[in-house]
Structures are given as structure tokens and as C-alpha cells.
Ligand binder design. Structure first.
Ligand code: UDX
Length: 457
């Protein structure tokens, strides 16, 4: 009896939390659509296999032993790209050989395509050599990607950054200013190897399509602009965390669930959630200013202080004297929170965020308005869009206690804060509409499934 073979897709995520999460969510979506899913990942930040029994995992020697990747350098990312080439190629060759050996009437999966994070650009070479179709997953917003490719076309227009120009607008990249340019500069200049890295990760190579963790309705003009450039089919199927059928945790750090019990004891719509994501590091002064800003605002708060996120300190030992008492009275500090659950909790009224794209989408989907304090890269663009275009958050330009206190009060207590809340409720409704049967994300997902199914094998 001939048994129908399943199509399998190989996913290659990038090792940072903010990238691993959307790739695993995409895997859950594709699995629910009938594909078998193989995740080929780096040894560093290996996903927790037991949270995803539906996937097959393959670990690749990433060449990163002994290298501190808590804030990866461009050099280490290139090294990892180089090191993973042979392991991935060998693994895929073995799979393809096994497929050929299989009798026609034996059930076995059929390798259909590779889907890779745009930071894992080595995959393009491997896929081309093996004549396998590849698809790129973009985990940034389309607005961010559009600003990056625009800057890369004429970097001399943006660098060196002049201190006197930092607040000047960039009309071609409205609402960005010079200081919001998402390609990092050191001492106001950008090195050629940094530009090359951004070129590599914004190049789709020979990929046959791109997938986006965004919504077509939200970012239609940016997506159109990018599509004119890339000239391959686009599949904006976000928000991936809501499109994914399984809510299994994708956290690398252990989540402290006790904060949910603490939230259960707080009044509805009263708590400010504070988290700066998985990568940002602040200095001691910024920590102290934040602590006093929170204390003086008089609002209950749940604050994530990730180990290693305060330069020179392991954890929260850098907090000012006297702050501990205040935390006992109306706050809670954890090392890592179950963020999606926190944002969905009725006690949470606002989110003090670094504006990583996952956090941004998670906040909007739970209709939580934001205080936007970006630090680098895409966060700068997201913060401008949130505060200036979507108007669902207030931008915090400086980490200074009186400014922080004022901004928290504005978000949680003022009329302006109520308007921001109304807009984020509307925004959430639009996202819900995109996910419904006739909505754009839903339709795009069906189109993506048809597209992958029809790929030549
Ligand atoms: C960052 C940068 O924004 C981006 O430039 C880079 O490419 C990847 O790293 P990150 O700090 O990871 O992103 O932020 P974000 O995209 O928001 O992702 C963080 C994820 O961690 C979210 O899914 C969030 O829910 C989760 N998280 C965060 C927790 O589960 N618990 C926490 O306590 C904090």
C-alpha cells in the first residue's frame, strides 16, 4: 500500500531569544498545517526540547565555545554562520540520502524547504548547493527593515552622525530622526564591516519567498516597498505568537511564575510591568534612576531585572538602599517573567518596554499601552512608530527619575493616558480581524501553506 508522505520543513533560527521565539512559533503553525518540522539550531541557547515534542531537533556545532554571546558581536555572528555551514549541509545530505533509499511504499517525510532567520545568512549557500528551496523569516517589523535597506543604499547620508543633528527629522524615513537610525554607530561613525553585516542580513539571496511576523493591514506601504525590492512572494502572517496554536514556552531563561500569584492580589488595571527584554544592558545609574522613578510614581510595579542586565552586577544587588522596603510594599522584582501571561493579566495597566518587536506585538495584542524606552537597532524604530504613528505609547527620552515618574503617571493616571489606551484597544481589534478567517494574516498563511506544498521536491 502506498502511504502518503508528509512534507518536512527545516527551520534554522538565530540564537537570540527574540529570534528563537518567532521561529518556534512559526514551527508550531506549520506543524498544525500538516508539515513535519525539524529545527536545526545552534548549541548556544538551545531550545528546550521537552516544550516542543512535536518537533525533531538537530543541534549544530556553532563554533562558539568559550565566547561570551550575551551581547553578540558582529564578528561572533559571522563565525557562527561559518561554523554552522558544514553541520547543516551534512545533516541535510544525510536526510536526502535516506529519502532516496526509502522504498516508495514506505512512509517517510520528504524534505521540502529550509526556512531561516535572516541573521543565519549562511543557509543561502547551503540551500543553493543542495538545490533546496529556501525561505527567509524576518523577525523585525517591515518599517524597521525598510529603514535599514534605505540607509544601506546611501550610508553616507546618515553617517557620521553629527551631535547637532540628532533630533533632526529624516523626511524619507518619517517618523525617524537621525538618532533613531537602527544601524549602530560607535563614536558617531559606522564601520564598513557593520554595514556589510546589515547588507548580509537584509539580502534574501536566492530565497524563493519571505515570511514576516507582522500584519499586512498594519504595514502595507512598507511591505509593498520592500516587495518591490526583493521581488519574491511575501507572507506577512503575524502576530506569530497568536497565530501559533500551542502556547508552549519558548523561554531560554526559567520563568518565575510566582509573579502571577502576586498579580492576582493586585487591583485590576493598576500595575506597571517593566522589562527591557533579553539583550539590553543598562548601567548602575540608569537602574537607580528607574528605581526612584518607579518609587516616586506611587504605582504598583512588576520589574524584570535579568541576570547580567546591569553592567558590573550579577542581578538586583545594585538597587538603592531603602528601595527594598518599597518593593515589599507595592512591587515585585523577578529575574525573568512569563511575559505573555503577565501582559494578559487584568491587573496590568501599562508596559515600560525596550520595544523589541516581540514585546511590542505581545503588548498590543493584550491592549496594554506602553512607555517606550528603546536602546538599539529595531527598538529605536519601533519606539518611534508606537509613540508617533500608532500613538499607543509615550516615548521616554532619558532615564532620569523625575522624567520616569512623570511619564508613568501620564500613562497610568492622565486623560492622555486614557486616549493611548483607547488607541491600543482599537489596534488590538484590527489585529484580531487580521487573524480571522477572512483576515489578511489568515489568508496569507493559507497562501504560504499552498506555496510550500507546491514547491518542487
Ligand atoms: C532584541 C532586539 O530588540 C532585537 O534588536 C534583536 O534582534 C533581538 O533582541 P529582545 O530583547 O529579545 O530583542 O526583545 P523582544 O523582541 O521583545 O523579545 C523578547 C522576548 O522575551 C519576548 O517574546 C518576551 O515575551 C520574552 N520575555 C521577556 C519573557 O518571556 N520574559 C521576560 O521576563 C522578558
Amino acid at each position: 500500500m502506498k502511504v502518503e508522505r508528509k512534507q518536512s520543513v527545516v527551520l534554522v533560527p538565530f540564537l537570540l531569544q527574540g529570534h528563537l521565539t518567532p521561529m518556534l512559533q512559526l514551527g508550531s503553525i506549520l506543524h498544525s498545517q500538516g508539515f513535519s518540522v525539524i529545527v536545526a539550531h545552534t548549541e548556544y541557547n538551545s531550545p528546550n526540547y521537552s516544550n516542543h515534542p512535536e518537533f525533531i531537533f538537530h543541534s549544530m556545532d556553532d563554533g562558539l565555545k568559550g565566547i561570551d554571546m550575551s551581547f553578540p558581536s558582529v564578528k561572533s555572528i559571522y563565525r557562527m554562520n561559518e561554523s554552522c555551514k558544514a553541520p547543516l549541509r551534512n545533516y541535510l545530505v544525510r536526510m536526502m540520502e535516506q529519502e532516496q533509499e526509502q522504498e516508495e511504499d514506505v512512509q517517510g517525510d520528504q524534505l521540502t524547504c529550509i526556512i531561516y532567520d535572516n541573521n543565519m545568512f549562511f543557509v543561502d549557500d547551503v540551500a543553493t548547493q543542495l538545490r533546496l528551496p529556501s525561505i527567509v523569516l524576518h523577525t523585525f517589523s517591515a518599517a524597521c527593515m525598510n529603514s535599514m535597506v534605505t540607509i544601506l543604499q546611501q550610508p553616507e547620508k546618515y553617517f557620521p552622525l553629527e551631535d547637532s543633528q540628532l533630533l533632526d527629522p529624516l523626511p524619507e524615513l518619517h517618523p525617524l530622526r537621525f538618532k533613531d537610525v537602527p544601524i549602530p554607530a560607535f563614536n558617531n561613525t559606522v564601520a564598513e564591516h557593520i554595514l556589510d553585516f546589515f547588507r548580509a542580513m537584509s539580502d534574501t539571496g536566492s530565497s524563493v519567498a519571505t515570511i514576516w511576523n507582522t500584519m499586512q493591514d498594519l504595514e502595507s506601504s512598507m511591505l509593498l516597498r520592500l516587495q518591490e525590492r526583493y521581488k519574491v512572494p511575501f507572507f506577512p502572517i503575524g502576530p506569530l505568537h497568536k497565530m501559533a496554536p500551542l502556547a508552549s514556552s519558548t523561554s531560554i531563561l526559567e520563568e518565575d511564575n510566582s509573579c502571577i500569584e502576586w498579580l492576582n492580589r493586585q487591583a485590576p488595571n493598576s500595575v506597571l510591568y517593566v522589562s527591557l527584554g533579553s539583550l539590553v544592558r543598562i548601567d548602575n545609574k540608569e537602574l537607580i534612576e528607574t528605581a526612584w522613578g518607579l518609587a516616586n510614581s506611587d504605582q504598583p510595579f512588576l520589574w524584570v531585572i535579568r541576570p547580567g542586565s546591569v553592567s558590573g552586577f550579577q542581578c538586583a544587588e545594585a538597587l538603592p538602599d531603602g528601595f527594598e522596603k518599597m518593593v515589599r510594599e507595592r512591587g515585585r522584582i523577578v529575574k525573568w517573567a512569563p511575559q505573555k501571561q503577565v501582559l494578559a493579566h487584568p491587573a496590568v495597566a501599562g508596559f515600560f518596554t525596550h520595544c523589541g518587536w516581540n514585546s511590542t506585538l505581545e503588548s498590543i495584542c493584550e491592549q496594554v499601552p506602553m512607555i517606550c524606552r528603546p536602546f538599539l537597532a529595531d527598538q529605536l524604530v519601533n519606539a518611534r512608530y508606537l509613540s508617533q504613528i500608532y500613538k499607543v505609547g509615550f516615548e521616554l527620552e532619558v532615564m532620569e527619575r523625575t522624567v520616569i515618574e512623570k511619564t508613568i503617571r501620564k500613562l497610568m493616571l492622565s486623560e492622555e493616558g486614557k486616549d493611548v489606551k483607547k488607541r491600543v484597544v482599537d489596534m488590538k481589534q484590527n489585529i484580531v480581524a487580521a487573524m480571522q478567517i477572512d483576515g489578511t494574516s489568515h489568508k496569507n498563511l493559507n497562501n504560504l501553506v499552498d506555496f510550500i506544498s507546491a514547491l518542487p521536491s
